[in-house]
Ligand binder design. Structure first.
Ligand code: FES
Ligand code: FES
Length: 169
């Protein structure tokens, strides 16, 4: 299912670079990046939670930096590298941050996990050896309605250890 154009705005063909691949996508430039990723590219790692930039469920990396794709217009991603959860690894070969969350079974419903994993990934890319407090600070604005925060923090700490050990997808 393609993303419907915003009423009153014409769809353009936009070239996006996502998970290392170029995609030409017809979309109104003001459409939220999240909708294009999910509806046009069928990348369902990023989730729709609040749609207001407040919960973190939709987090992706743009040029390696965590970004809330529900409030970023797709035009802002043109010419930049977008990475989604799918770009960190695969089911058969998870990346170290994904593996850490699997190892720690850090989920109940799992809806928040995309945002947690992508936020931890972004931090570890710029700071491979964060303190527990730095991890807490980074995750502070990601919401988990299930209250799985303790396990998520353990997973974040394990992700740092796995990366330090050189685990790669
Ligand atoms: S869905 Fe984007 S921050 Fe909540
Ligand atoms: S595990 Fe359910 S919202 Fe976090």
């Amino acid at each position: 299912m393609g993303t419907p154009a915003t009423p009153g705005s014409a769809a353009d063909t936009l070239r996006l670079q996502v998970n290392g691949q170029a995609h030409d996508v017809p979309a109104a430039p003001g459409t939220a990046l999240l909708h294009v990723l999910r509806n046009d590219l069928e990348l369902n790692g990023p989730k729709y939670g609040c749609g207001l930039g407040e919960c973190g469920a939709c987090t992706v990396l743009i040029d390696g930096v965590a970004a809330r794709s529900c409030v970023i217009p797709v035009r802002a991603a043109v010419g930049r590298e977008v990475t989604t959860l799918e770009g960190l690894g695969s089911r058969q070969c998870p990346g170290p941050t994904q593996q850490a969350f699997i190892d720690c079974q850090a989920a109940q419903c799992g809806y928040c996990l995309n945002g947690m994993i992508m936020t931890v990934e972004a931090l570890l890319r710029r700071n491979p050896d964060p303190s527990e407090q730095e991890l807490r600070n980074e995750l502070h604005h990601n919401l988990c309605r299930c209250g799985t925060h303790v396990e998520i923090l353990q997973a974040a700490l394990r992700a740092a250890r796995l990366r330090a050990q050189g685990v790669r997808p």
